[in-house]
Design a protein around this ligand. Structure first.
Ligand code: GLC
Length: 801
């Protein structure tokens, strides 16, 4: 027997002094006496990659997380040396590498202030059990530094003082602080001295993050295998850190079809067909807008993916068409577990083609999920992803299904203690064969990716819509996501709020939770409050396990139905605003939701705020998260804000009480904003309208707002058929000027803007449109001051006294 005392006693190992340095264009390589190599690659002036090897040799450089579309290139790069360091300078950063220890410190290139510094820096432990290393990084936690991000963690927004693990886990009825849950997003942003930076630890093994939890002055991260391989991203604005990260790991490949930003109704499960129709008909009868209806696992024949239970759904194509005619898009669930059944063609083909995951010694990875014993496709193999994509032909092209919901893709396995595959399962990892230890966290993303490619192909020329439960960094390129099996409690409403903010700060804005809670049943008040929050999440879906009762908007009585309708209508009115925010996200990575710290990092009062957030650029939202509330205290960020309901102007930078009885909630609009609104529709595209509303909130000073539009589906927008309008509002004591700047060749159906003015401090004496005086009686001075004008106006000038 080999006794491993020597290896076990080695403990933490450290790099020794640098004995060799070479530079190859953007990459510097430092080798130490004990054969540790540090590769420093300047990706952009503000993005530097650090990669360490303990053997002198690197692994094949392959990443599922980093996109090939990531921006690369820098304005300036210079390397100098002093007695103690190698010094790498870009236009944004100065990075010093210590000769004796390989420790790194980073400074702002403009004001030379310290941003981030290794504490003991890179170190490692040899893994006797698996080979390779447990790779570790310890960094100094600066005075008053705080931390954000990390994906779906169900905790308050600021992560300081906490420790987390990233290992995608099926977590039915998880609770506050449960860790890990469904996703693995090893990215955080940090903030101190008004400077923000981010770290993306691109390692798909189980990773851990400790934010000054174990030691007050140290923040560290480590992985159970693979390389210490991280990207350092500098702001100094937090929003720019998030944009850099999103650029690196990818923006969604396409805008979602606009209907996907509508309201979605789901349950486990609506069946048979008559039940589905009853639900969709009730939406229409009660005039609650809705765009998507979901079929959970019971639509299948004994849970066999890509089949239908013909007793429940005798003619799916006909049903899907009828739903479509009524404005409903059908979304169906597809899980990774393929039932072991030689009579089932998907199974048979997967088996014949050798597409299922296998254990280390050759047997198939057999696990129990909804269909009973299953095999699981190895989505980390390109050929398997192609096959999987092809399986969607019938569902999408023939039957007309518009979206696919990928679940259980952590991957989840029932009746086993670790709820997933054993570690020894083998994966292709795109030609870099490995065990499940390395592929686990990426499995769900590769499934969603394959699904996305299927939908993209068969839905063409329409845009695909995919939703996934599990995700690793970069999954946002292919899919939307939800937070898994939450619970119908007030605490979970707050968790949903924090998770959506955190996902948005982690590059994944197209996210939302099961509204009302998946497990257990909400009472009406909780449901109404949750809808109020949910309409401000990019993905807005009611879902429930169904075994505790119904969760449609009308099951809680008339008062709640009316409140739900009112807020879902508000979502539909704000669709052009949300679509613009989505375009902004796709265009440059701007997160759709902004926690207050991300919105205004110069205001230290925001560092620990978890409830309030900015929706898009100019709407401040704060959900009510307690029963029997008539309002709440909340923090209003600096600047002036209008109460959405009363138009009352408040000065921010302070906490205040805001009234919000059950039929209301705290919503504020930034002064100077131009908020576009559609008329209420029961589903996207139901109506053609002659005009859309622009709500203009007076400001003394200047503010600009954007409105993006295109055909709401298809890809013509990529060829220039979009329209981007920028409205600049300039308010003076007795004047208001709105200038419009237009870009793109898309021409929407409507011809006019109905401009509604909020809080004009003067009465109108003259109106000019594009320098031409127009009769003052064009101006409606009723309850709402407004004017209807041609949408192509360049300048509207109001003068008053
Ligand atoms: C999982 C999903 C849930 C779904 C259920 C049945 O629990 O998280 O959303 O309804 O499986 O498919």
């Amino acid at each position: 027997m080999i006794v491993n005392t020597e290896l076990e006693q080695k403990g933490n190992l450290f790099p020794s002094e640098i004995i060799n340095y070479k530079k190859d264009i953007d990459t510097l390589q430092f080798t130490t006496k004990n054969n540790v190599v540090l590769q420093v690659t300047v990706v952009r002036d503000s993005v530097i990659r650090f990669r360490y090897s303990t053997t002198g040799k690197f692994e094949n450089d392959f990443s599922y997380g980093v996109t090939i579309h990531a921006s690369r290139g820098y304005h300036f790069l210079d390397v100098t040396e002093d007695e103690k360091h190698y010094i790498i300078t870009t236009s944004k950063l100065i990075c010093k590498v210590e000769r004796l220890s390989l420790q790194v410190s980073l400074f702002d290139a403009l004001d030379l202030k310290l941003i981030n510094q290794d504490e003991i820096g890179f170190h490692w432990e040899e893994s006797y059990e698996y080979g390779g290393d447990i790779v570790k990084m310890s960094k100094a936690c600066q005075k008053a530094e705080s931390y954000y991000g990390l994906g779906d963690k169900p905790v308050d927004v600021n992560l300081k003082g906490k420790r987390f693990e990233n290992w995608a886990t099926d977590s039915y009825a998880f609770g506050k602080n449960t860790d890990p849950i469904y996703k693995a997003i090893p990215f955080y942003t940090a903030l101190h001295d008004n400077k923000s930076y981010g770290i993306f630890f691109d390692n798909t093994f189980k990773t851990s993050f400790d934010f000054a939890h174990e030691r007050r002055n140290v923040t560290s991260f480590w992985a159970q295998g693979g390389e210490m391989n991280y990207y350092f991203m500098y702001g100094p604005k937090m929003e720019d850190v998030v944009k850099n990260y999103t650029d690196l790991t990818g923006k969604p490949h396409a805008l979602p079809p606009l209907w996907a930003l509508g309201f979605h109704q789901c349950k486990w499960s609506y069946y048979p067909e008559a039940n589905v129709k009853e639900v969709t008909n009730t939406f229409r009868d009660l005039k609650i807008p809705c765009d998507a209806i979901y079929l959970d696992i019971d639509y299948m024949d004994d849970f066999r993916c890509f089949t239908w239970n013909k007793d429940y759904f005798p003619d799916p194509k006909k049903m899907v068409k009828e739903l479509k005619d009524d404005g409903f898009k059908t979304v169906v669930i597809i899980d990774p577990g393929i039932k072991i059944d030689l009579e089932y063609d998907v199974f048979k083909e997967g088996l014949d083609k050798d597409y299922f995951c296998k254990r280390a010694d050759g047997p198939y990875m057999k696990g129990k999920v909804w269909p009973g014993e299953c095999y699981f496709p190895d989505y980390t193999k390109p050929e398997v992803r192609d096959w999987w994509a092809g399986l969607f032909k019938e569902l999408i092209e023939d039957i007309g299904v518009k979206g696919v919901w990928n679940d259980m893709n952590e991957p989840a396995v029932m009746d086993v203690p670790n709820k997933s595959f054993p570690d020894d399962v083998r994966h292709d990892y795109d030609g870099n064969p490995c065990s499940h230890r390395k592929a686990h966290n990426i499995y769900g993303t590769q499934m969603a990716r394959a699904t996305y490619h299927g939908l993209k192909k068969y839905a063409y020329p329409k845009r695909p819509f995919v939703i996934t439960r599990s995700a690793y960094s970069g999954a946002q390129r292919y899919t939307s996501t939800w937070m898994g099996d939450n619970v119908a409690t007030w605490e979970h409403l707050a968790i949903a709020n924090n998770q959506a903010q955190r996902m948005s700060m982690s590059g994944f804005s197209f996210a939302g939770s099961d509204i009302g809670g998946f497990a257990e049943q909400p009472h009406g008040e909780l449901f109404a409050r949750w809808i109020q929050l949910g309409i401000f999440h990019a993905f807005c879906r009611v879902h429930s396990s169904g075994d505790h009762g119904d969760q449609e908007p009308w099951v809680f009585g008339e008062e709640i139905t009316d409140i739900v309708r009112k807020f879902v209508e508000l979502r539909y009115q704000l669709l052009p605003y949300l679509y613009t925010a989505f375009w902004n996200y796709i265009n440059d990575g701007t997160p759709i939701l902004k926690s207050l710290v991300l919105y205004d990092q110069e205001d230290s009062a925001t560092y620990y705020r978890s409830d309030e957030f900015i929706y898009g650029e100019q709407i401040l939202v704060c959900p009510i998260q307690e029963p029997n509330a008539k309002g709440r205290r909340m923090y209003i960020p600096r600047g002036k804000w209008y109460n959405f309901w009363t138009d009352e102007l408040v000065e921010g930078g302070k906490e205040m009480w805001v009234d919000a009885a059950l039929e209301s909630m705290p919503i504020f609009i930034k002064e100077g904003a131009v908020i576009p609104k559609y008329p209420v529709q029961q589903y996207v595209g139901e109506k053609k309208f002659d005009d859309i509303t622009l709500d203009v909130y007076y400001k003394e000073g200047k503010e600009s707002s954007k409105l993006y539009d295109d055909a709401h589906d298809g890809y013509d927008y990529k060829k220039g058929r979009f329209s981007l309008r920028t409205f600049t509002v300039t308010g003076k004591k007795e004047q208001l000027i709105i200038q419009q700047h237009k870009r793109g060749d898309f021409n929407a159906d409507y011809n006019k803007f109905h401009i509604v003015f909020h809080n004009l401090p003067f009465s109108i004496t003259s109106i000019q449109i594009d320098n031409v005086e127009v009769p003052i009686d064009n101006f409606n001075t009723g309850k709402k001051q407004s004017i209807l004008i041609d949408k192509e106006f360049n300048e509207l000038h109001l003068v008053g006294k």
